[in-house]
Design a protein around this ligand. Structure first.
Ligand code: ADP
Ligand code: ADP
Ligand code: ZN
Length: 214
């Protein structure tokens, strides 16, 4: 099963993608996580990506597409995946289509997690991310067992630099300009599914399993 998660920054794509990956036994591929791991390890790619990410802008398509294509070559991605944060532009979606055509695969579902902008700002200001393993929490809605400490690995939780309100506004405007057009793109292909992302996270997941099958 090949699945794309669509939705604004903070809509809950990552949260749901992790649950889908577990339930359906497919890898969760998050371009944001891959970029952050590269920044942490101070790779060339990380250095290039960081300046864009800090400003709330998208990393250029050519860098992003080649990174995803490399990831697809790993054996666990052979039978499917849930893509979180990719594609984010029409050219990225077209590159994905080309790659799938060449390998004989197809996207089965593009799930749009719909959350209005007004809720996004609160979601983001309460998001906390683990500096080590990338797990995400929310101060109100998905709190860690111990404040400031990751349940999974025990490392420190932080507010991501790009989750500060100034940068969130920029990211939302980038989303509306460059990513939202993908909703129509996948609707035209007949694979778009809408879910109401304002419900609590277990209810959002129930909507998703109703689409994907138990
Ligand atoms: P969120 O989970 O809030 O939607 P991500 O972790 O997916 O954020 O992405 C963080 C940042 O990484 C983005 O603001 C952007 O700078 C960069 N990024 C992630 N995926 C892509 C992509 N497909 N194309 C371009 N930039 C990307
Ligand atoms: P995205 O990957 O789309 O940027 P995340 O999955 O990281 O979004 O979610 C953004 C923040 O909102 C996180 O702090 C997460 O714990 C929280 N969150 C996710 N889904 C819900 C939900 N249905 N209700 C309330 N908070 C949520
Ligand atoms: Zn952790």
């Amino acid at each position: 099963m090949r699945i794309i998660m669509l939705g604004a920054p903070g809509a809950g794509k990552g949260t749901q993608a992790k649950k889908i990956a577990e339930r359906y036994n497919i890898p969760h591929i998050s371009t944001g996580d891959i970029f952050r791991a590269n920044i942490k390890n101070e790779t060339e790619l990380g250095k290039k990506a960081k300046s864009y990410m800090d400003q709330g802008m998208l990393v250029p398509d050519e860098l992003t597409v080649s990174l995803v294509m490399d990831r697809f070559r790993e054996p666990d991605a052979k039978n499917g995946y849930v893509l979180d944060g990719f594609p984010r532009t029409i050219p990225q979606a077209e590159s994905l289509d080309t790659a799938l055509r060449e390998s004989g695969g197809q996207i089965d579902y593009a799930i749009n997690v719909d959350v209005p902008d007004a809720s996004i700002i609160t979601r983001m200001s309460g998001r906390r991310a683990c500096v080590n393993c990338g797990a995400t929490y929310h101060l109100q809605y998905a709190a860690p067992k111990k404040e400031g400490v990751c349940d999974h690995c025990g490392d420190t939780l932080i507010l991501r630099d790009d989750d500060k309100p100034e940068t969130v506004e920029k990211r939302l405007s980038v989303y509306h300009d460059q990513t939202q057009p993908l909703i129509d793109y996948y609707a035209q292909k007949g694979v778009l599914k809408e879910v109401d992302g304002t419900q609590d996270l277990e209810d959002v997941f129930r909507q998703i399993t109703a689409i994907l099958g138990e």
